[in-house]
Structure formats: structure tokens, C-alpha cells
Design a protein around this ligand. Structure first.
Ligand code: UDP
Length: 236
């Protein structure tokens, strides 16, 4: 069996990824497949942290006319719904998990405590980080970068609908070119849509590489962890 290249990873799943083709809510077939791939990693001995987005339920910017902070807190709550769905599916597969939230909701999940999170990881539990950073005006990409730095993850696996980073939108431009490698500086200078600039800067400053890849191809999460050249890798 090939050995993993990374021993502790941060998997960022956008809300959109959980929605499958529907674009809204959950596609349980898709979530089960992702959970199965996470289970594979755990069985390989890889420590897995996961940050889930909320865009399949609510995004702060959907709240036209609403107070931005309220709309953002609604988005953070949406990520908690997703975290619970993912937790339930993983546990049904026999994977031990903990959800830790950036906003306390102790009846549902643990509050985020870095040292506890690290201990769970060391024990082979998957830790799902929910409620983003706990602050409005941020994104779950930033939460992934922040938590990755805090738990000393070696890489962020950014699972997306598209299979990497392109120089223009591949959905609208058939000539769009995919990058195999990029630096954070290039991402910022070219304003490439990988993560938002706050998340990109955090990864750059803390030297955390990102692998951007498509979630639609089964087995891609494992391929990324094994160090195969899939998608686009962004480093310093
Ligand atoms: N959000 C926030 N602070 C955070 C993380 C998320 O305010 O630290 C809110 C924000 O409104 C965002 C929503 O939660 O639009 C859902 O997160 P995101 O859009 O990052 O989810 P994704 O696009 O990954 O599904």
C-alpha cells in the first residue's frame, strides 16, 4: 500500500459540494461518498480535520437588505447543520468524529478548543470544525486556513466543483487553461479565484500549501493525500 504524503490534513468541503447537482440542501449519495473517502484516509492512519461551508443553505451575501452581521451569523449556523449531517454519516460508517464549533452550542457539539482538537486527531477521530471562525465578515475558507494553522495541518485539501485553478472560468470559457502549480503571490496578483484573499494571505504567511481539486472524481481526496499530481497545488 502506498504511504500517505501528509499525516495531518485539513479538508475544506464547500456547502456546494454537499449539495451535489441540486445546488441546495444535501445530496446524501454525494455526502456518503465523501464520507467513505474520509474513512479511507482514517484507515490509512491520516489525521483528518474538516471545515464545512454553508453555501448550500445560506450565504451572508444572500441576505439582501439584511444586516450583514446577522446574515453572516445565519451562514455560520448553516455550517453547523452541514457538520452534523457529515458527522452522522461518518459515524454510521464507524468513523469516530467530534464536531467543534466556533460559536458555543454545547448541547450539540464541543466548543473549539485547540488542544482538545489535536488530542482527538491523535486518537484517530475526525474533527469537523463548524461555525466558521465565529466572526462575521469572514468565510469558511478563512476558517479552514486558521484551523489548519492552529492544528499544524500539513496541507489544505480544497475540494471543489471544478478540478483545479484556471486562468478564467472553465464553465464559460472553453479555452480556459488549468494551472498545475501556482504560488500564493501569483494567486493574489492575478486575483485568481482559489480562496478569498484573507484565506490566501493566511496560508501564505503560515506556509500552508493548498491542493485544489475536483470532488466529482471519486478517489480524489485519497489521491491528493498520496501526493499524486491532481488539480492545482498552491505553495510559497
Ligand atoms: N461565515 C461567516 N464567518 C465565518 C465563516 C462563514 O460569517 O468565519 C458566513 C458567511 O456569511 C458565509 C456563510 O457563513 O457566506 C457560509 O460560509 P461560506 O460562504 O464560506 O460557505 P461555502 O461557500 O464554503 O459553502
Amino acid at each position: 500500500m502506498s504511504l500517505p504524503k501528509y499525516n495531518r490534513v485539513m479538508l475544506k468541503l464547500s456547502g456546494e459540494a454537499l449539495a451535489g447537482q441540486n445546488g441546495y440542501g444535501f445530496d446524501f449519495d454525494v455526502v456518503s461518498r465523501i464520507a467513505m473517502e474520509i474513512k479511507d484516509l482514517v484507515e490509512m492512519g491520516v489525521q483528518v480535520g474538516a471545515v464545512v461551508g454553508g453555501g448550500n443553505i445560506w450565504r451572508g451575501r444572500n441576505g439582501a437588505g439584511m444586516d450583514r452581521t446577522t446574515a453572516d451569523y445565519m451562514g455560520m449556523l448553516a455550517t453547523c447543520i452541514n457538520a452534523m449531517a457529515l458527522q452522522n454519516i461518518l459515524e454510521n460508517m464507524g468513523v469516530v468524529t467530534r464536531v467543534q464549533t466556533a460559536i458555543e452550542m454545547r448541547e450539540i457539539a464541543e466548543p473549539f478548543v485547540r488542544r482538545r482538537a489535536v488530542r482527538h486527531l491523535e486518537k484517530g477521530r475526525v474533527v469537523i470544525f463548524a461555525a466558521g471562525t465565529g466572526n462575521p465578515y469572514f468565510s469558511t475558507d478563512t476558517a479552514a486556513a486558521l484551523r489548519a494553522a492552529e492544528i499544524s495541518a500539513e496541507v489544505i485539501l480544497l475540494a471543489k466543483k471544478v478540478d483545479g485553478v484556471y486562468d478564467s472560468d472553465p464553465n464559460t470559457n472553453p479555452e480556459a487553461q488549468k494551472f498545475d502549480k501556482l504560488t500564493f503571490q501569483e494567486v493574489l496578483e492575478k486575483d485568481l479565484k482559489v480562496m478569498d484573499s484573507t484565506a490566501t494571505s493566511l496560508c501564505k504567511d503560515n506556509n500552508i500549501p493548498i491542493i485544489v481539486f475536483g470532488l466529482d472524481t471519486p478517489g480524489n481526496i485519497k489521491r491528493a493525500v498520496l501526493g499524486e499530481n491532481i488539480g492545482t497545488i498552491v505553495t510559497n
